[in-house]
Design a protein around this ligand. Structure first.
Ligand SMILES: [Zn+2]
Length: 322
């Protein structure tokens, strides 16, 4: 079936027209779907549709809000439109949204990755006619190495830092990345210490039965044999000259990342799909048309060269009806 001419609208964010539902918009809206609780996807909406985990993180960040909790794989009827969430593999609670309306299927990925993680369920893409996909790493240079190898390198760097009498401090996004890194380093025998900005979120992971490994909360001290995990925005109390700042991000694949992130060393660990995973996603969903958000225009060209119908969404001033 041909893509709908009136299913969604894009204007600095996505709106599902038949039910006036905003999706991952940053300005408050009467009713909105929130795919996950990262800061660039949330706002104080009148009414929020999201998973129970995302609702808990939103509660922590924004206070109690009117919410309808959705469960993976269970569809709800919303004004005659069927809405179903599936795991996105990005952070705990992250969800893709399948919209079914008048025989058409639209899949919105939100932020996602296909590589399995220890602290969030694996992504479950489903077939759809229209795919709206996050393409942050839509350039060939963003091919991530196997995570086990990266964690091994990271653990080596931490041990080397101790040997030099310095304190390793990992800067990792407080929701998702920090918990995954904690779990993996804890399993590698590293003593993990979490800054309170991370530990408050880890406690919600634990409330949902997800282990983030062994860790203790940061109390201003860091012993030899320990690594501090903190969000990039936080400051810590160790004397600056004794600290080795370690950033863990997909942007580590950029030669300038160290300087841009204010880190001494960077490791390529990401919660987002890399270049090849983006194609894998399209291959799995088999859409007639792909709309790309948050990524480079060149990825649209790359998709078209491989035979997929593709368009770019996401320029701030763009106002388009589909
Ligand atoms: Zn995100």
């Amino acid at each position: 079936m041909a893509p709908s001419q009136s299913l969604f609208y894009y204007d600095e964010g996505l709106k599902l027209l038949p039910i006036n539902l905003a999706i991952d918009v940053r300005r408050p809206h009467a009713q909105a779907f929130v795919s996950h609780a990262h800061a660039d996807h949330i706002a104080r909406h009148g009414y929020t549709l999201c998973t129970a985990e995302t609702a808990a993180f939103l509660g922590l960040r924004l206070g109690p809000r009117p919410t309808r909790e959705m469960s993976y794989g269970k569809n709800i009827d919303w004004g005659g439109v069927s809405l179903t969430v599936y795991p996105a593999g990005h952070c705990l609670g992250s969800a893709m949204l399948l919209v079914e309306h008048q025989g058409q299927r639209l899949l919105y990925t939100g932020d996602f990755k296909l590589r399995p993680a220890l602290t969030t369920p694996a992504a479950q893409p489903v077939k759809a006619d229209i795919l709206i996909m996050e393409t942050t790493y839509g350039e060939p240079r963003y091919r991530l190495p196997p995570e086990d190898e990266v964690i091994e390198d990271l653990a080596c760097c931490i041990r080397d830092t101790w040997d030099r009498g310095r304190c390793p401090v990992i800067m990792a996004y407080a929701l998702g990345k920090a918990q995954e890194v904690s779990r993996r380093l804890s399993e590698a025998g590293i003593g993990v210490v979490q800054h309170s900005s991370v530990a408050t979120i880890s406690r919600i992971y634990e409330q949902f039965g997800v282990s983030v490994g062994n860790y203790r909360p940061y109390d201003g001290r860091l012993e030899r044999g320990e690594v501090l995990i903190t969000s990039p925005q936080q400051r810590w109390d160790c004397p600056t000259e004794s600290v080795v700042r370690i950033a863990v991000t997909g942007w580590a694949l950029d030669p300038s990342a160290k300087y841009r992130l204010g880190a001494d060393v960077v490791f390529p660990l990401s919660d987002h799909a890399d270049y090849e995973e983006l194609f894998q996603m399209v291959q799995t969903v088999q859409p007639q048309l792909v709309y790309c958000t948050h990524g480079p225009a060149t990825f649209v060209r790359d998709l078209m060269e491989r035979g997929w119908g593709a368009r770019l969404l996401g320029r701030p001033t763009q106002k388009l009806l589909f």
